[in-house]
Design a protein around this ligand. Structure first.
Ligand SMILES: *Cc1c(COP(=O)(O)O)cnc(C)c1O
Length: 360
């Protein structure tokens, strides 16, 4: 796929937010990437145009049946001023896996990555440079055909928007309290839990709000069949360090195959720290704590990188992990992964991709 990407420059550029007040997903850049799909033409008309509202037919199928998928990755500025991405090939691949599961036409992965890089080059001034800040990249697709019969849409739109974001925690990692969900489930095997589709999030909002009302910042989901095995947390995968060994739920078909999750596993292997991907019950975690062997618990995802868990509540029991302190392994993983992402630690794994190298 070697289509030319057309460009329409915004007339009046926006004011950029100051880097100490970025938040997450609040501000958007001057331009966006858009592409359309029609059955007869395939994906066509790739363009970078001023960021702004879309016009949609009220019958557009996404509003009714929810064919919508997305990805999330970040662009980082390095100390020498270059811009880089972290393992973007994995996001492109997962983008297509999500498309396939929702019966949305896939897109050439190299083309999409190149389109993202071209957009980044146009929006380079929007990439924040303060410690810990980055430019969040959100590629997504949704069904646009005006039709309310139930079948896959024949028309789609693919967009990429960019948002400058702050560091999730400021300078310090802070352990969060987590609620083990008993009443609601997130996903079941054979469903869509292993892909990034909008509906997974829609289904989790009520449970998330109820947990927040009880004072927890996130939910830990259990499996849908036995309500027993640990799955994942909101938009993070989860890891437990028990008696010197790390364990994370295996890719069961109902959890997301996170890029951060995979990076953690590869780093642990490289460091010679035992790590296993397997079924793990919530009871085993509480038992390990009772034996004094639960050393660390942390989540892993692009937005937060590594998020230490300080407290877990399951039914009527609450346990504190590592006295609510950041564990040394959580800190080491956070420092190493962000070090590689921001070009401050040598990238021995070849995980980073320089944006400037891209042919435009
Ligand atoms: C995106 C996401 C993750 C984390 O994946 P990363 O590739 O590490 O960002 C974990 N769980 C869910 C449900 C997600 O949507």
């Amino acid at each position: 796929m070697s289509q030319h990407i057309s460009f329409v420059q915004r007339e009046e550029l926006k004011n950029k937010p100051s880097s100490d007040a970025l938040g997450f997903g609040v501000h958007y850049t001057d331009h966006m990437f858009v592409m359309d799909y029609e059955e007869e033409q395939g994906w066509h008309d790739p363009r970078i145009i001023p960021y702004g509202p879309l016009t949609m037919d009220p019958a557009a199928m996404v509003f009714h049946y929810g064919q919508a998928i997305f990805e999330g990755l970040k662009a980082y500025t390095t100390p020498d001023g270059t811009v880089q991405l972290f393992r973007p090939d994995r996001n492109m691949k997962r983008f297509n896996q999500s498309c396939e599961r929702l019966h949305i036409p896939t897109i050439d992965e190299d083309f999409l990555l190149n389109a993202i890089q071209q957009l980044l080059l146009k929006e380079k001034d929007w990439i924040p440079t303060e410690e810990g800040t980055s430019l969040y990249i959100r590629p997504y697709v949704f069904a646009t055909e005006p039709f309310i019969g139930v079948r896959p849409s024949k028309q789609y739109k693919l967009l990429v928007i960019l948002s400058p974001v702050g560091s999730y925690y400021g300078d310090q990692l802070s352990p969060v309290p987590i609620y083990v969900e008993e009443k609601y489930i997130r996903a079941s095997v054979g469903g869509v839990g292993e892909v990034k589709t909008a509906g997974n999030y829609a289904a989790s909002m009520k449970a998330q709000k109820e947990a927040e009302a009880k004072g927890y910042s996130q939910i830990l989901w259990l499996d849908s069949k036995e309500n027993k095995y640990v799955e994942e947390v909101g938009s993070m995968n989860i890891f437990f360090k028990i008696n010197g060994e790390v364990v994370t739920p295996e890719l069961s078909g109902s959890i997301l195959n996170g890029v951060t999750r995979n990076s953690v596993i590869e780093l642990l292997n490289y460091w010679g720290i035992p790590v296993r991907e397997e079924k793990i019950s919530i009871q085993e975690i509480f038992d390990a704590h009772a034996r004094g062997e639960l050393e660390e618990v942390f989540g892993a995802g692009t937005a937060v990188v590594i998020s230490p868990v300080g407290e877990l509540t399951w039914k009527d029991q609450t346990i504190q992990v590592n006295d609510k302190n950041i564990g040394p392994l959580s800190q080491r993983l956070y420092d190493t992964i962000t070090g590689i992402q921001f070009g401050k630690t040598e990238d021995e794994f070849n995980w980073t991709v320089q944006v400037d190298e891209v042919r435009v």
